[in-house]
Design a protein around this ligand. Sequence first.
Ligand code: NAP
Length: 494
Amino acid sequence: MKLSEHVETLVVGAGFAGIGLVARLLRDDPAADVVIVERGSDVGGTWRDNTYPGCACDVPTSLYSFSFAPSTAWSHTFARQPEIYAYLRKVADETGVADRVVTDCELVEARWDEAETVWRLKTSRGSLTATVLVAATGALSTPSIPNIPGLDGFDGTVFHSATWNHEHDLSGERVAVIGTGASAVQFVPEIAGATEHVTVFQRTPAWVIPRLDRAFSNLEKAVLRRIPLAQKLRRGAVYTLREMLGSMFSHVTSLLPLFEVLAKTHLRRQVRDPQLRRKLTPDFRIGCKRVLLSNDWLKTLDRDDVTLVDSRLESIDGNSVVDGDGNTREVDTIIFATGFTPTEPPISHAITGLDGRTLADHWDGSPAAYKGTSVAGFPNLFLMYGPNTNLGHSSIVYMLESQAAYIAGAIELMRRRDVASFEITRIMQDRYNEKIQHALQPTVWNTGGCSSWYLDSHGRNSSLWPTFTFEFRSKLASFDSDHYVTRRSAPVSE
Ligand code: NAP
């Protein structure tokens, strides 16, 4: 597909968020004037990019999928990356979204033109204007690689877990893995044994519980295929359990020590060495950082050909990694499993609002939005997976579908009432965020005694939604135009 000179709605990013939104817009109006620009060469977002060994979802798939596109093709209760990627491509094809995607096209700059009430956009494949701009670029799309002294001089191979180098054969190599988060726990058990030695650098131990994963039997698959209600009930049950879990993190944190007993039992069962167990025991409340699900991470660290270093990677000296205690180890490959930049999204530097300042300038390292979706000073801009929409316990797809409904409502209203632009008022945005921050205060994410990427550089939790996800859905059920400044393009008769 080619870019035209003007489009009503331009969406940036064709991952779960972009596909979900455009599928919704096309369902409401098959002729909707909407285009997605995608910097990659295919749809799929994080599930296209993250191809590391063992990559899988840590939310049950019956919930981590679109409500409007149930699938019976999942092999396991926690789906693997290739099948989630295939699912997204299939949904994009079947809903017509794929026909609206311009691939290998990066948004370079977006400037709001108040006189013409349009977004002036520069992309790597040409310029255009759009009435509405939607940033659906995901929170976990830009890999973060720490600035380790000496890294430039390292002669071996270096890559990030999100850009796995499949050309590079790790067999027989000495490998250093930096980071012990959700990605590392999935790929380290896969590479250990095939390499000569793996050295894992842990900055902070995480709470780990078993992943209750299993293959779907043929009978279960047949039931789910033939009886749609069975699938809905399954989804509903998983959703309810996850909300109960979420309420332990947000409302009844006093129950969390019980959960720690489960994690400590798991640790005792998997690790024989008491000294190693001590290194792997967190000193913060469970849930403060994302709880990791794994059946083989802890026991992998107990292998003779795997070493856990619990002091940070200090520097790199030639081909040796140097830890905080000054010990050096020669390695052939370094794999960074150091996560992403969720509170500093690169797109925030590309979008310039009414006052000539970028979103990044406005946020100054601490993102804030109204309902995680619109931002004062940025008319006709909508964010998906924006500030305070992330979850520590359930499926982000549920949140994205809620946002898609809200944005679709706004676009429909603009058309119906001949509105040129909507801009959320500063006062509404501030009031909304005061309530969100107040609700976050007693949660384990704020009080659990850890530092996590949920907290931004100001120490403010600008990532997580504080309470039940159905409350988010209810807040975004319809577009509340009364809270927006409206500029009309023509007189309206109502
Ligand atoms: P992550 O969970 O943020 O973990 C990053 C790891 O790198 C942490 O152990 C962190 O230590 C460490 N680290 C970061 N900067 C470092 C530095 N400068 N020096 C040393 N260590 C450093 O990243 P991730 O594992 O890539 O996962 C990111 C997010 O992606 C997850 O939280 C999750 O939301 C998502 N994810 C989801 C799935 C899924 O199945 N749905 C799978 C993988 C990832 P500290 O703990 O001390 O910060």
